[in-house]
Design a binder for this molecule. Structure first.
Ligand code: IMP
Ligand code: MG
Length: 171
């Protein structure tokens, strides 16, 4: 399997800084709770939060969706939950990629029941061709074609997360 670079390290850095500025301006000094979705978010979240000039708490959730390696089953469950309540907080979900949207839909429905003041979604990547459910995305880094992508946190079979760029797998 070959790797073809889709988004360079330089382009990621530039776009992440732009997103951070937009988020800072939108929240206008308010404190936020960043909820990172493991494991894919780890690199994006580290770069993004460092560039956001706002007071914040950072928490993580682990989600599992059963299915084959490159296709979600749509059955999502929480593998690791937040350690703190988010009631009356301005919550920003940080995700690596929204593909079918099923994971994000589940997450939004779940977190909404916990009484946050606001709930927004920030995803590095969006793969609109595979959309199965409509989810509101407040911040999107890049739109990608309908290909399996890896790197910058995203894995294939738990590998390749450490690549500093985003690539697609070509058979
Ligand atoms: P969704 O529920 O189909 O939107 O996909 C959710 C999860 O599947 C994402 O959070 C990723 O962890 C994983 N995923 C979807 N597409 C890709 C991809 O192209 N590369 C790596 N992981 C992916
Ligand atoms: Mg994920």
């Amino acid at each position: 399997m070959d790797l073809k670079i889709l988004i360079s390290e330089e382009d990621i850095t530039k776009r992440v800084r732009e997103m951070a500025r937009e988020i800072r301006d939108d929240y206008d000094g308010r404190e936020i709770v960043v909820v990172g979705i493991l494991k894919g978010c780890f690199m994006f979240l580290a770069d993004l939060t460092r560039a956001i000039d706002l007071p914040m708490n950072i928490g993580f959730m682990g989600l599992r969706s059963y299915g084959s390696a490159t296709e979600t089953s749509g059955v999502v469950e929480i593998a690791a939950d937040l350690s703190h309540p988010i009631q009356d907080k301005d919550v920003l979900i940080v995700e690596d990629i929204v593909d079918t949207g099923l994971t994000m839909k589940y997450l939004i429905d779940n977190l909404s029941t916990r009484g946050p003041t606001s709930l927004k979604v920030c995803t590095l990547l969006h793969k609109p061709d595979r959309k199965r459910v409509e989810v509101p995305l407040d911040y999107v880094g890049f739109t990608v074609p309908d290909k399996f992508v890896v790197g910058y946190g995203l894995d294939h079979d738990q590998k390749l997360r450490n690549l500093p760029y985003i690539a697609c797998l070509e058979e």
